[in-house]
Design a protein around this ligand. Sequence first.
Ligand code: 6MZ
Length: 362
Amino acid sequence: MEWLLSMPKVELHAHLNGSIRDSTLLELARLLGEKGVIVFSDVEHVIMKNDRSLHEVFKLFDLIHILTTDHKTVTRITKEVVEDFASENVVYLELRTTPKRNDSIGMSKRSYMEAVVEGLRAVSAVDIDFAPHNIDGNPVNDMIMNDICNGTTRKKIYVRLLLSIDRRETTEAAMETVKLALEMRDFGVLGIDLSGNPIVGEWSTFLPALEFARAQGLQITLHCGEVPNNKEVNSMLDFLPQRVGHACFFQEEEWKKLKSSKIPVEICLTSNIRTNTIASIDIHHFANLYNANHPLVLCTDDSGVFSTTLSKEYHLAASTFGLGKWEMFQLAKTAVGFIFADDGVKQDLEGIFDLAAKKLDP
Ligand code: 6MZ
C-alpha cells in the first residue's frame, strides 16, 4: 500500500461533489442545520453511511448539492479535492463537475464554473498547473521530479476540467453546458461527460449537444452501461466517445464492439461493488479487459461518497487480481495515453513516470 501511495497516478474519473471529505460535508450540514435549512440529525447518518444502492447514491447527491451549491463552498471543495488527490501523488487529475444554476442565490452555470476555477487558484498546499499547456514551453518540471525522488519539495499536480451533463437535463440545458465548456477552454476545460442517474433520461436527448461538442473539438466521455440498457450501450459505442465510464452491463456483442473500437474504459471498482452494479469484486470485468490488453484506467468515481482513494483502488486491484508492483506501475503509466490534455502534458507525465520507474527497478 505504501508503494501504491507513493507511486505517481493519473485520475480520469472523479466527480467533484462526490469527492468531498466527510469532515467538510458534516461541517456544511451542521452549518445549514444551525440556519434551520436542514435538520442535522436527519442527514448525519445519510452522510456517514457506507453501503448504498445506486438509487440511494443519487438521493445522497441531492443532499450534497443542497450543502454545496453556493459559490464560496464550491470554491472550497474544489481546493480541498485537488489537495487531497495531490496528497496521494496523483500527478494528473481530470476533475468533472455538473455546472449548476441556482437563481435564488444568483448562480449561473458560468458563475458556478468560475467558483470552481477560483478553487483551483486557491490551491496552496501543492503547485498546480491548470491552464492549457504551452507546447513549446516547459520541459518536465524539476520540482515534481525532486518530489518523487526524495519527498522534500512541493508536489505538483496537473488539473484539467470536464463539464458534466446530468441525465435529468434537457437538450437546451445540455447545449448550454457545451457552449460554456467552449468558452472556458482557456481555464483548462477539455471535454464533456454524460452522467447522472442512469435510469433517468434518454440518450437521444443529449446527442445533439454531444455531436456539437465533438464538432467543436471537445473530447467526450460517457457513463455507459451502469444499468442494463442494451440499446443505449450500443448507440453510445457507435458514437465512438474518447472514453467510457463503468461498462458494467455489457452483453457479448457489446464487449466485442468495445474491444474492436479500443475505447479506453474508466474502471471504478469500489463504486461498482458498493452500488451493487457488480455482484462481487472477483467477477469484475477489470480482469477480462486487463487480460485482453484492452485500454483501461483505475479511477475513484466518488472518493468521498465511497470512502476510497486512488491508492486504495490500485491496492484493491492488485490484491484481488494478483498483480505485482511492476504491473500496477505499468497500469498507472499507460493511463497517460488516455488523458484529454495535449502532448506537452503527456510528455511531462511520461517523464515523471520514467523517473519513478528508475526508483522501482534500480
Ligand atoms: C452516474 C454519477 C455517479 O457533478 O455535482 N455522478 N453519475 N453514475 C455515478 N456512479 C455512482 N457518481 C456521480 O458531482 C456529482 C454528480 O456526478 C454524477 C451525478 O450527476 C452527481 O449528481 P457534481 O460535481
